[in-house]
Design a protein around this ligand. Structure first.
Ligand SMILES: C[S@@+](CC[C@H](N)C(=O)[O-])C[C@H]1O[C@@H](n2cnc3c(N)ncnc32)[C@H](O)[C@@H]1O
Ligand SMILES: Nc1nc2[nH]cc(C(=O)O)c2c(=O)[nH]1
Ligand code: SF4
Ligand SMILES: [Mg+2]
Length: 210
């Protein structure tokens, strides 16, 4: 295939720049503790300075992979598939989720919500970023809001974001990993004073699993 043909297939969601795929335990948010297969798609230009997967940002570094191949591998391992990145909504998720659902899988996404929401999702984890705010549609459809707390100003941002999500959306504050010792006390006090919020930890990092 020529470069142009591959770009066209990526454009259509028939191929995706796959960074890695792994079977593990969902570490974060509402489904933490649940076995799930992760599909990590390269490409993100949001630019969070504390991002824990910066190697994902440059889509060119990750091989365009047939969506059909991604799906057939994933469903061998689990009925719960988490699509993450990078920013998965950089790409058209329509075909990927259609194929996963045709195989009877539950489709979950981890997203900043910065780009058009494509695909059919059983669970949307929205983790908004100040640098590129989510679209209106994703606030309306998010099942959980997971705000990363790097400093105390982020608690204000979290409240602003919570005002925009739908009424059923579950609210989480998650410490930014590198400053967890400093921000966990802030989060604990905040959640006790504002019990509509819950704490989310990156439990996979404590368990030493992917
Ligand atoms: C790497 S991102 C990929 C998905 C999407 N781009 C997003 O930001 O939601 C997956 C999740 O990890 C969170 N995350 C990334 N770096 C983190 C860090 N250093 N500490 C805590 N959470 C982090 C993100 O906010 C997001 O909820
Ligand atoms: N175990 C595990 N749980 C996760 N939940 C969200 C993750 C992500 O990077 O999107 C992640 C991850 O990388 N590993
Ligand atoms: S939006 Fe997600 S993948 Fe992109 S830089 Fe931020 S945390 Fe990393
Ligand atoms: Mg991660």
């Amino acid at each position: 295939m020529t470069k142009e043909e591959i770009s066209q297939l990526v454009e259509e969601g028939k191929m995706l720049p796959l960074m890695e795929e792994f079977y593990t335990i969902q570490g974060e948010g509402y489904h933490k503790g649940t076995a799930a297969y992760f599909i990590r798609i390269g490409g993100c230009d949001v630019g969070c300075h504390w991002c824990d997967v910066k190697e994902s940002w440059d889509a060119e570094k990750h091989p365009p992979t047939a969506t059909e191949r991604i799906v057939s591998e994933a469903v061998k391992y689990s009925k719960t598939i988490v699509v993450t990145g990078g920013e998965p909504l950089t790409w058209d998720m329509t075909l990927l989720t259609q194929m996963l659902k045709a195989e009877g899988a539950q489709t979950h996404i981890e997203t900043s919500g910065a780009y058009t929401l494509t695909g059919k999702w059983d669970w949307i984890c929205l983790s908004p970023k100040k640098l590129k705010l989510p679209t209106k549609e994703v606030y309306e459809k998010a099942n959980e809001l997971k705000v990363i707390i790097f400093n105390k100003h982020d608690l204000k941002f979290a409240e602003e974001q919570a005002a925009k999500v739908n009424k059923d959306c579950i609210l989480y504050l998650q410490p930014e990993w590198s400053v967890r010792d400093k921000v966990v006390p802030l989060i604990v006090d905040f959640v006790m004073a504002n019990p509509q919020w819950k704490v989310s930890l990156q439990t996979h990092k404590y368990l030493n699993i992917p």
